[in-house]
Design a protein around this ligand. Structure first.
Ligand code: PEP
Ligand code: CO
Length: 440
């Protein structure tokens, strides 16, 4: 494929080319993880977002871990995303498109190819699809067989997600059951219970009016889509299939794929690869993005200007969002490109604590979202969604929030495989605040 002739950054140097081609041939005959028709459904949902009629919530781990494939962890992550979606929908009256950073979010770009641990210099950890996170040089050697493991982990995760979302767990009448105990006892948890109670009442009212809710799959099932950064092009290519219905190519590793801040060169391999598949796609735009680059990416990735095809995910940082976002919005709007604008308030607000942990402050996360909304309101464009790193667990990775996590609390439950995530309480709290912004 043509991406191989383009400059590619962030790809691992696989030491054994035979093992690489073996893994890729194995992947290329395995069943697709998602289907082209599902990806098209997501494009249509995102079209509603591009047109200002819906909101998107994209959320999940920074990096999924091979060591954390348990039903409880997946269920708890899904619970918190469903809770946030209910809060957003109920609070704003706008449909919410739910996309997980899940079932394939295994590859990580790194700012440095090597890292020093104690006295030893070793290759950086690049996600479990490439190498191991333990600081042992032998485990850091890129191993292509990990791509096959990542496929199977994704399949198992997706299987569970499909069972949960289509098998009754996501039924709106279960809205109380999504509130985990440690959340329920908190102020945000009680605020959530109020909404859940009101939804119950509304459902009872509809039933009393003779509306047959059992017949309508819309309240019993939920569309939950998967996404990850399309970083490892060998893996993505091996899972790309031609759709028998339309004859078009789809990357069947996830419904939506995005291009990271470090690989968004309009002439580079990653942009070239994703320009050739028909999934809905995203691109992260960091603070160095020029308006011309943003337009060039739109031209390259969505030349036919299909609404819903392209999501621009800005991650500019709380202190710069109000100055850097307006020129990007204007350039893309004036060029006539119908995009979804999403705010990633995580990656522009990361810093290292005094104790050496990577962290983010809840106030900065919320602050960037506030700035994002303010700019869109001023420019007359639609603040289409948020993109956050979270977990259903009770972790202590991001500072602040209602429980006011302090730097000294970070080591208590700091379990992320990569970047710091909002815990369930911080996530619910954030959803209430975003719902308020959406209403405003
Ligand atoms: C990420 O989403 O985990 C990530 C690495 O983001 P970015 O490419 O925006 O830095
Ligand atoms: Co991250």
């Amino acid at each position: 494929m043509s991406w191989q002739t383009r400059p590619a950054t962030q790809l691992p140097e696989w030491p054994d080319p035979d093992a690489l081609s073996e893994a890729c041939s194995e992947l290329s005959i395995l069943p697709p993880l998602v289907f082209a028709g599902e990806a098209r459904t997501l494009t249509r949902s995102l079209q509603a977002v591009a047109e200002g009629r819906a909101f998107v919530l994209q959320a999940g781990d920074c990096a999924e871990s091979f060591a954390e494939l348990t039903a409880d962890l997946i269920r708890d992550k899904l619970k918190v995303i469903l809770q946030m979606a209910v809060i957003l929908t109920y609070g704003s009256g706008v449909p919410v498109v739910k996309i997980g950073r899940i079932a394939g979010q295994f590859a990580k770009p790194r700012s440095s190819a090597t890292e020093r641990v104690g006295d030893v210099e070793m290759p950086s950890f690049r996600g479990h699809i490439v190498n191991d996170d333990a600081p042992v040089p032998s485990g850091r050697v890129p191993d292509p067989r990990r791509m096959v493991r990542a496929y199977h982990h994704s399949a198992a995760t997706l299987n569970l997600l499909r069972a949960f979302t289509k098998g009754g767990f996501a039924d709106l009448s279960q809205v109380h059951a999504w509130n985990q105990e440690f959340v329920a006892s908190s102020a945000e948890g009680r605020q959530y219970e109020v909404i859940a109670g009101e939804i119950d009442r509304a459902l009872r009212f509809m039933r009393a009016c003779g509306i047959d809710l059992s017949a309508g799959a819309t309240i019993q099932q939920v569309d939950f889509f998967t996404s990850h950064e399309a970083l490892l092009l060998d893996y993505e290519e091996a899972l790309t299939r031609r759709d028998s219905l339309t004859g078009q190519w789809y990357d069947c590793s996830a419904h939506m794929l995005w291009i990271g801040e470090r690989t968004r060169d309009p002439d580079g391999a990653h942009v070239d690869f994703l320009s050739g598949v028909h999934n809905p796609i995203g691109v992260k735009l960091g603070p160095t993005t020029t308006p011309d680059e943003a337009v060039a990416l739109c031209e390259r990735l969505n030349p036919d200007r299909i609404p819903g095809r392209l999501t621009l995910i800005t991650r500019l940082g709380v202190s710069q969002v109000t100055t850097l976002l307006p020129p990007l919005l204007r350039a893309v709007t004036n060029a006539g490109h119908p995009v979804v604008w999403e705010c990633d308030p995580m990656h522009g607000n990361t810093f290292t604590s005094a104790g050496g942990q990577k962290t983010r402050h809840f106030d900065d996360v919320l602050g960037e979202i506030r700035g994002f909304f303010a700019v869109h309101r001023a420019e007359g464009t639609w603040p289409g969604g948020v993109h956050v790193e979270l977990t259903g667990d009770d972790v202590t990775e991001c500072l602040g929030g209602v429980e006011d996590i302090l730097e000294e609390h970070l080591p208590l439950r700091y379990t992320t495989t990569c970047d710091p995530r909002l815990n369930a309480r911080q996530s619910i709290d954030l959803a209430f605040k975003v719902a308020e912004l959406l209403r405003g």
